[in-house]
Design a binder for this molecule. Structure first.
Ligand SMILES: Cc1ncc(COP(=O)(O)O)c(C=O)c1O
Length: 443
């Protein structure tokens, strides 16, 4: 008997599992062993403390914080760095699910930005320590050792660390771009799904993509949704993760500007869609660590979503207990600020201009011998496929001889974060990359 089998299922886990199994049996089948075991301790310290917060009018001796004058105690040498925020908004613990007001505001933002969601019922977003944590929770809930996940060959490297190294799952790849490098390789994606018909599969969709900066066109997006729906209709059991880290940074009218989550959340009972998103890149608060995990499935009910939220919050409670309260408070206040959308659009416009200039510079005819440019239309990055020069050698030469930092990915790909370059720097960066490529080649 394995150690896992030896642990009896907590009655609360059984209740959550039964709620999922009753309305969405496929979602239950998709859960990992850990996912099946998890629950939120509704009678635990946090829950008792939350109850006391509502009802203990005379004295509250529940939670392990210290209070003074009815609010969390604090040191002036800490508090002097904050202005306009009370100690309750900063220092008290946030709930494991996240601040209720923030969850509500984020849910509204998601719906406003995703008209294709229509009236489809989805879960409330659960707050995570930004998207890395969200992806790790998705893995914990749905990937057992040996399970397969499908990703494009151009992906954020942390998927490997999180899902493979940490959880023992296995990631398979399809080529992200077609042979001519003109767009998304829908054929390869569909084929990869067809080869796995009838199986359980976790599929990651990351648009705008890191590292390429590509978001599919509307036609490609429709094809992706169709391919996934066809696979689900044919019996595959799918978890489709919409990694929307760079949501909203679109620089081309042709690209799909809605999260795939809207359509996938109502595609088929065999397809559980999970939106992993957050304030990190969208609101330019990378180190503040506020993200969200949201579930949607065609026949999802309130009971199923509550059980999935409970399992997610249980994992949060077990690992980090709760997510940064100052970060959540500030992100909520920003979302409620009338100037939020305007300020965000101004920053995205700066990125768009950098992307446009990058497009001119990287495609100069004098660099034609040095690289091909992967298509890009969104996000923070663009990627070059170098010709006859090892990417890491070029990266090293760029650093040592030109003082220019880039990221080498695999044998031939070099990622350039135009989001971090001023317009004045962009021409010089590509001239330096070309010089480095030629030098590595010895010409
Ligand atoms: C595609 C993708 N997903 C997720 C993340 C994680 O973001 P966070 O900083 O919110 O954890 C990143 C960060 O670089 C990313 O590029």
């Amino acid at each position: 008997m394995s150690a896992t089998q030896a642990v009896a299922l907590n009655p609360l886990a059984e209740i959550a599992n039964e709620a999922i199994r009753k309305d969405c049996p496929v979602v239950f089948d998709l859960l990992s062993e850990r996912g099946k075991r998890f629950f939120f301790p509704t009678k635990g310290i946090l829950a008792q403390g939350a109850e006391a917060k509502q009802k203990a009018k005379i004295a509250n001796a529940t939670i392990g914080i210290a209070t003074e004058n009815g609010a969390p105690m604090y040191l002036e040498c800490v508090h002097k760095y904050f202005s306009g925020l009370s100690s309750s908004e900063l220092y008290d613990y946030a709930p494991s699910y996240g601040m209720p007001g923030l969850r509500q505001a984020w849910a509204k933002k998601q719906r406003d930005e995703t008209p294709s969601m229509g009236q489809q019922r989805v879960s409330n977003p659960v707050v995570t320590n930004a998207l890395t944590h969200g992806l790790s929770i998705v893995g914990e809930l749905f990937l057992d050792p040996g399970d397969e996940a499908l990703s494009s060959d151009l992906l954020w490297e942390n998927y490997n660390l999180s899902w493979e190294t940490r959880l023992g799952a296995h990631i398979s790849y399809y080529p992200f771009f077609n042979q001519g490098l003109t767009g998304f390789n829908l054929e390869a994606f569909s084929q990869a799904l067809m080869q796995r018909i009838g199986k359980k599969l976790v599929v990651s969709l990351n648009f705008p993509n890191n590292p390429s900066g590509y978001t599919p066109t509307r036609a490609e997006a429709a094809g992706i949704v169709r391919a996934l729906t066809v696979a689900a209709e044919a019996g595959s059991k799918l978890v489709v993760v919409c990694d929307d880290a760079y949501y909203g940074m679109f620089y081309d009218e042709a690209c799909e500007q809605e999260s795939f989550f809207g359509r996938l959340a109502q595609a088929h009972p065999n397809l559980l869609a999970i939106k992993v998103d957050g304030a990190t890149k969208e609101e330019f608060v990378w180190g503040m660590r506020v993200g969200f995990v949201t579930f949607g499935v065609k026949n999802g009910t309130a009971g199923v979503y509550q059980a999935l939220e409970d399992k997610t919050a249980g994992l949060i409670r077990a690992v980090v207990s709760s997510v940064t309260h100052p970060g959540q408070t500030i992100v909520l206040k920003a979302l409620q600020d009338p100037a939020f959308r305007k300020q965000q659009a101004e920053k995205v416009e700066i990125l768009r201009q950098r992307a446009e200039l990058t497009g001119v510079e990287c495609r100069r005819s004098e660099y034609a011998d040095c690289w091909e440019v992967y298509p890009y239309n969104s996000g923070y990055f663009m990627c070059l496929r170098l010709k006859e020069a090892a990417a890491d050698s070029v990266r090293m030469k760029l650093l040592e001889e030109h003082g220019v930092g880039t990221i080498a990915l695999g044998q031939a790909n070099l990622r350039v974060a135009f989001s971090c370059l001023t317009e004045a720097q962009i021409p010089g960066v590509f001239a330096a990359i070309a010089a480095a490529v030629r030098s590595v080649r010895g010409n």
